[in-house]
Structure formats: C-alpha cells, structure tokens
Ligand binder design. Structure first.
Ligand SMILES: NC(=O)c1ccc[n+]([C@@H]2O[C@H](COP(=O)([O-])OP(=O)(O)OC[C@H]3O[C@@H](n4cnc5c(N)ncnc54)[C@H](O)[C@@H]3O)[C@@H](O)[C@H]2O)c1
Length: 319
C-alpha cells in the first residue's frame, strides 16, 4: 500500500482524490485544509483523517506521497514542509503566481533535493504523445492556440477568480496550460506581445482581470504562434491548430481529440474516456514507487519557465 495525503481540499482536489480512491494499492491517510470543514467534508467522501495543520498531518500520518492543491500563492509552506521530510509532492500548476517567490522556493527545494511534479496535465495525456509521434517527420512554422470559457458572463464579479492579486489572472492561471504545452512541444519563446480588453465588466476594485486577450509569440526556433483567450465566450473550449509543411494537426484539449489532415485525407485519434488527470497522477505514483525521477514530466524548475512566460505575456496586456 502507498500511503498518501492531500493539502488543499478545494475544487481540483476532488479530481485527484477520485483517482486515489480508484487505486487499490493506495491508502489515503489524511486531508489538510486551513478551512477544517472542507477537509472534513472531503474525508467523509474519500476517507482518511482531517487536519488543518500541515506539519501535524505529515508527522502523524507519515505519507509517502502528497498532493498539493492549494491556490497559486500557497506553495512555499506545503512544498517545503514535504521537502524537509523527504516526501515527494504532486503540486498543482502554476509553480507560483510570482516569479521571485517561485525562484526563491526553487533554490530551497533544490538544496533539499525535493521531488516535485507540477500538474501540467496536458503533457501526460495520450493525445499529446500521439501528436508528437505524428509531427516527427514534419516542419512546423505556425501555431494557433485558443482557450475560451464564459466565466465573466456567468460568475459574480466578487468571485476571487477575478482578482488578479489572488490568482495571477487568465494568463498565469489558465493560459499557463497552453503556454506549457507549446513550450513542451516547440521549445522556448523569445518574444511575446499582446492586446487585451474588457467587453463585459470594467476593471474596478477586486475585478482586476483582462477578459479577452490576443497574444503573438515568437519561438527561438523561428516558429510563430498566436494565443487567444476569452472569459466572454459561449462555453469551454481549448483548441490548438498546428500548421506543418506536410499536415495540419488540430488538438481539441478538453475532449482530447486529435485530428490530422493531409490534403483531402483526414484521421481522428480519440483518447480513452478516462479522466485526463489520471495520467499525470499515475505517472507520479509510478515515480514514487520506483524511485526513478529522471522522466518527471514537469519539474518545479521547468514550471518556473512557464510561469515566466505567462508573466511576460501578462505584462504586455495589463491595461
Ligand atoms: N490542472 C487543472 O486543470 C486545474 C484546475 C483547477 C485548479 N487548478 C489549480 O489547483 C490549485 C487549486 O485550485 P482550486 O480551484 O482547487 O482552488 P480552491 O480555492 O477551490 O481550493 C484551494 C483550497 O486550498 C485551501 N488552502 C489555502 N491555503 C492553505 C494552506 N496553507 N494549507 C492548507 N490548505 C490551504 C483553501 O482553503 C481551499 O480549500 C490552483 O493552483 C489552480 O490553478 C488546476
């Protein structure tokens, strides 16, 4: 049995807890949240014991692996508490909301030889691995990435997600998935610039996000890309279109469908129906069991590069 625990029992925690519950070789020992009621509620559905103090949970339960699902600005305490006890961590994205904070934490994690996998879920799904295989003999010069949802049309303006100082905003918290995937597939970005506007609610008080954003990115390879992001769209969509010399590839990330077109030929590759998050969680557990971390799909240090890109993009659109 692999003894596990989770810190931060909010929204995304449910996805990882469902995975842990589905594994016969895993025991969930503890769930910790500063909001003790939330921890208790999760314990009722998923088992383990509820805690509100991280150190107390780690010392009492002595887990072999911990999931950190706290908000972006809450990384330092949970990650270091685990590193000091030599416990590997699966940490939700992004690395942090601030670059200085992330870099300072990274130095401490490196000193302690901490084992951390950051939750960049798309790196681990089969559709992305298939895409890499399909593109192997092709040359890519242009990419179009689009992420849209309807949060600004549906949610109360007072919701914390609209407060950039809490989450970092659309680019740091959400487009980060696409930036990370583009980096993973095509290497580093050398320059980024963009435009933004607020067609639904003006920026005022804690409503400090940009609602629609359009970015242009140039990669070190010479490839260029656009990323468009909207919180004023009809529903949730995330589609990346890749133009190669030989083929066009369309990756629909939420339904995990890869379409490959060459001339009038078209084929569709669809991922199995299991949760996208099961793949990253499964890889993490495998590394915990075998002790070999060289194929870690997303190290903390690498996640900082995605954070840096998100922050640079954000600087160009902040109005
Ligand atoms: N990979 C994905 O697709 C995905 C989706 C949603 C969220 N996320 C990421 O997951 C993280 C959490 O997001 P969420 O939507 O679940 O947030 P949330 O606000 O719903 O939950 C966060 C929880 O952490 C708790 N918390 C805060 N500080 C704590 C501390 N010091 N110790 C213990 N608990 C603490 C809060 O009380 C809250 O219950 C964020 O970084 C977010 O970007 C990732």
């Amino acid at each position: 049995m692999i003894k596990t625990a989770l810190i931060g029992a909010g929204g995304i925690a449910g996805t990882h807890l469902a995975f842990l519950k589905s594994r016969k070789d895993v025991e969930l020992a503890g769930i910790c949240d500063t909001n003790y009621l939330k921890a208790e509620e999760r314990v009722r559905s998923f088992g383990g014991r509820a805690y509100k103090d991280i150190g107390q949970m780690l010392d009492s339960e002595k887990p072999q692996a911990v999931w950190v699902c706290t908000p972006p600005r809450v990384r330092y305490v949970p990650l270091l508490a685990c590193a000091e006890r030599n416990i590997p961590v699966f940490c939700e994205k992004p690395a942090e909301a601030g670059l200085q904070e992330a870099e300072s934490l990274n130095r401490k994690l490196a000193e302690k030889k901490a084992k951390v996998q950051v939750g960049y879920v798309f790196r681990c799904i089969p559709a992305v691995q298939k895409l890499k295989e399909q593109m192997q003999d092709d040359k890519i010069h242009l990419v179009q990435s689009l992420y849209s949802c309807n949060l600004s049309l549906t949610d109360e303006v007072s919701a914390p997600r609209f407060n950039k100082s809490v989450t970092g905003g659309l680019l740091v918290e959400q487009a980060t998935h696409n930036f990370d995937l583009l980096r993973y597939l095509f290497g580093e970005v050398s320059s980024v610039s963009g435009l933004a506007s607020n067609p639904v609610h003006k920026k005022e008080g804690n409503y400090s996000i940009e609602e629609v954003i359009s970015l242009s990115l140039k990669f070190e390879s010479g490839m260029i890309a656009s990323h468009c992001h909207s919180w004023a769209g009809d529903s949730w969509r995330n589609v990346i279109t890749i133009i190669g010399e030989k083929r066009l590839y369309r990756l629909s990330l939420f339904d995990r469908i890869l379409t490959v077109e060459a001339g009038d030929q078209k084929k569709e590759i669809v991922d199995p129906p299991d949760s996208a998050y099961d793949y990253e969680d499964g890889i993490f557990l495998d590394m915990v069991v075998c002790g070999d971390w060289k194929n870690n799909p997303s190290t903390y240090e690498d996640a900082i590069k995605t954070l840096k890109l998100s922050l640079e993009a954000d600087k160009t659109v902040s109005i």
